[in-house]
Design a protein around this ligand. Structure first.
Ligand code: CA
Length: 414
């Protein structure tokens, strides 16, 4: 059983996914006017419209996956001849339509609804009309949003009004464009010349909850007696998770941190799950930063951390835990040409350290004399007793403390 010598806990305590997304609704625009032309112009047999909603109006902090749209049904007919709608959502960098032919091509739009909206018409005036989308659309929260509605039922209805904004101004930006036909069903891919208006529909967008793939409740690092760093993390629920990677850097900089673990497979259990990964590659004294990468099945991922530890295997002073005599792991390993050899003494002892090559020849000796209880290290400069640099290869480090003998090895790699 390893005793924990040091525990570093992430500042801030409990972690949750930074991109946690809840189901929600947003409204764009406040109903100020009654507008007959958009999204559909019921007084004419066929109509088609595009409206641009600006990113600041949408005013969200992260991308959302839209799954319903509501238009404000102000007043008018039951749309008996205006009920076959096709709705497209898309992105644009445009802020307005500069002419009656400045349609935004539907090439990259998503057809989110196609069908009869009769059942969605509110029973009374001045209500929101909710249309559930058959295909969701993820708004990127970078561009502006375009809503296109194409009406395909032959015949016309009495004028029908929709809630709109803003209040009229003298030089309003023209962010809506519509066209009508009394005879021909309009092709939304090539609508023909239309008319611009500054009156946009007030709309509401519903967006779906994206299940939180993992809830992480802790991410800890500890250093054991044998100088290994153990990273452990606890999850409360996992769905659609592929697994985890541990990354490390000696600076607080994720962009060039090194991935030091294989993919540690997730269990995808709903209960508490504890994971551990042991980093046994540290050998240089210093600060180390660790990150946990959570990888979802779809390949998307999140980083957590960093947590920081100070690694100094030669300077443990833990009250109540007696230190034992041992020869520590040489570092760095492989080395060239200098290598540090740590050791601790649990009792006062006469200490010698000898270094042997792979042929069993003693090539370097340190007669260190009598030492008190404590932590020590020596540095070997890679030279033999004659002052010559040694060749690449495995070297055995033998420490004699009193009557006890301890052994380690290190690789000189030039
Ligand atoms: Ca019609």
């Amino acid at each position: 059983m390893k005793k924990l010598m040091l525990v570093a806990i992430l500042a801030g305590g409990m972690l949750t996914l930074s991109t946690l997304i809840f189901a929600g609704e947003i409204q764009i625009g406040t109903v100020q006017n009654a507008e007959e032309k958009v999204p559909i112009y019921a007084y004419y047999a066929y109509s088609n419209s595009q409206q641009i909603y600006l990113k600041p109006e949408i005013n969200i902090t992260h991308p959302i996956t839209i799954n319903k749209i509501r238009f404000y049904y102000h007043s008018g007919s039951n749309l008996a001849n205006s009920n076959e709608w096709t709705i497209y959502l898309g992105h644009t960098s445009k802020n307005e339509f500069v002419s009656g032919t400045d349609w935004i091509p539907l090439t990259y739009f998503t057809k989110v609804f196609e069908g009869n909206i009769s059942s969605y018409i509110p029973g009374t005036n001045h209500q929101w009309m909710e249309i559930p989308l058959s295909t969701t659309f993820t708004y990127n929260n970078i561009d502006n949003l375009v809503v296109t509605v194409d009406e395909n039922t032959s015949g016309s209805d009495n004028t029908t009004y929709w809630g709109a904004f803003p209040a009229p101004s003298k030089f309003p930006p023209m962010r809506a464009l519509y066209c009508i036909s009394s005879t021909d069903d309009i092709n939304p891919l090539a609508p023909g010349p239309g008319t611009r208006t500054s009156q946009l529909n007030a709309i509401q967008l519903g967006y779906e909850e994206i299940p939180n793939p993992v809830e992480l409740t802790s991410f800890l690092a500890s250093i054991s007696n044998d100088c290994y760093v153990t990273l452990s993390w606890t999850t409360q629920s996992e769905t659609e998770m592929s697994g985890y990677y541990i990354l490390r850097n000696n600076q607080r900089e994720l962009s060039y941190a090194q991935t030091i673990s294989p993919l540690i497979a997730a269990t995808n259990t709903s209960g508490t799950q504890i994971y551990n990964f042991v980093d046994n590659e540290l050998n240089e004294v210093g600060q180390y930063f660790y990150w946990l990468q959570c990888v979802n099945l779809d390949g998307s991922f999140e980083f957590h951390g960093p947590i920081v530890i100070y690694f100094n295997p030669y300077n443990y002073e833990t009250p109540g835990i007696p230190i034992v005599t041992k020869l520590g792991s040489a570092y760095p390993n492989p080395f060239n040409p200098n290598v540090y050899i740590p050791y601790t003494l649990g009792a006062k002892a006469n200490v010698n350290i000898q270094i042997y090559n792979s042929r069993g020849q003693q090539i370097k000796s340190y007669y260190l004399g009598t030492k008190d209880i404590g932590h020590y290290q020596i540095m070997w400069n890679g030279k033999d007793n004659n002052g010559h640099y040694c060749d690449s290869g495995i070297y055995y480090i033998i420490m004699k403390a009193g009557e006890e003998v301890y052994k380690q090895k290190a690789v000189l790699m030039k």
